[in-house]
Ligand binder design. Sequence first.
Ligand SMILES: Cc1cc2nc3c(=O)[nH]c(=O)nc-3n(C[C@H](O)[C@H](O)[C@H](O)COP(=O)(O)OP(=O)(O)OC[C@H]3O[C@@H](n4cnc5c(N)ncnc54)[C@H](O)[C@@H]3O)c2cc1C
Length: 335
Amino acid sequence: MDTSLQHTDVAIIGAGPVGLFAVFECGMLAMRCRVFDALDVHGGQCAALYPEKPIYDIPGHPRIDAGLLVDRLVEQAAPFAPIYHLGHAVTELDQTADGFVVTNAAGVRVAARAVVIAAGGGAFGPNRPPLTGIEGYEGSSVFYLVRRREDFRGKRIVIAGGGDSAVDWALALKDIARVAVVHRRPKFRAAPESAAQLEAAAQKGEIEMVIPYQLHALHGAGGTLAEVEVATLQGETRRLPADVLLPFFGLSMDLGPIAAWGLESDLHHVKIDPATCQTSLPGVFAIGDVVTYPGKLKLILQGFSEAAVAAQAIFGVVHPGEALHFEYSTTKGIP
Ligand SMILES: Cc1cc2nc3c(=O)[nH]c(=O)nc-3n(C[C@H](O)[C@H](O)[C@H](O)COP(=O)(O)OP(=O)(O)OC[C@H]3O[C@@H](n4cnc5c(N)ncnc54)[C@H](O)[C@@H]3O)c2cc1C
């Protein structure tokens, strides 16, 4: 990992849909971006929480799956050659004579003239089950979110949890994989119709229900899982053959360090001037779900608009003294 100081015009914290669109808007105004995310994939909530759900209120797309919207945003940003630093949360923001230095948990340090906080509800992190050695299987046999259903075709999958994600993914994967669902009690906290579908699938033998059990231990070698051991509260154990474990105990979101940067905020949201999207710290802007102002809607389309507003204001920070002539994309084209 290169920990020497790297340089860019704009550092964007958050590669959710709004942070990704900010790359495009800044790029159209000839500003280079580096983008940080705690998740190791692009897309924020769209990727982590609902990649295969259709969204109906993106202008010009009567219906688009959240994962596909993210792919399109990455494609739209690509001509501007953004550099992504994924998989580690930003921990520090330091002011310098001509801007800021942003540092992430892996020690990557980037100097930027302006910073855009597009951190949504905060850095995503999985609620990990307390199993010895689980880190060694993460990314190879243990996954906290499913990006592409097809990656799991033909596998033996143990899903743990009792909420919507556990139930929805059990139903979505049962036709292409062998699925066992481990839950500590018979009642699921999922949408009632999904829970009923799960019950019906279990009765048809399409899904194995492992109830009332909890995860107990993992068995395998070199990051490849062979069995998941489960136990009842009374200590009775069972071993389930498995290639993959999907523990769905929720994702925690943590504004964490951002809350300590001294920006004016209100109930865990950063206050901005909606005319520029600048925060109380000049040179630091914020857009998307993380912000608050009168009339703010937590919608992707409003975050997109904020990205455009912020880029116009950031131009004056990155290119002081240069006049900005407003131009349509149709006039300008993509560089
Ligand atoms: C189930 C569901 C359905 C939805 N349906 C719709 C819909 O139909 N239409 C609609 O408009 N909206 C919908 N939304 C809301 C929409 O997803 C959000 O408005 C949108 O994701 C906000 O985008 P964002 O880029 O601001 O933040 P996020 O998508 O939350 O992305 C923020 C990113 O910042 C990262 N981050 C935060 N802090 C740090 C840090 N310190 N260091 C590094 N990275 C950090 C996070 O890991 C995350 O990836 C839905 C939300 C959910 C949960």
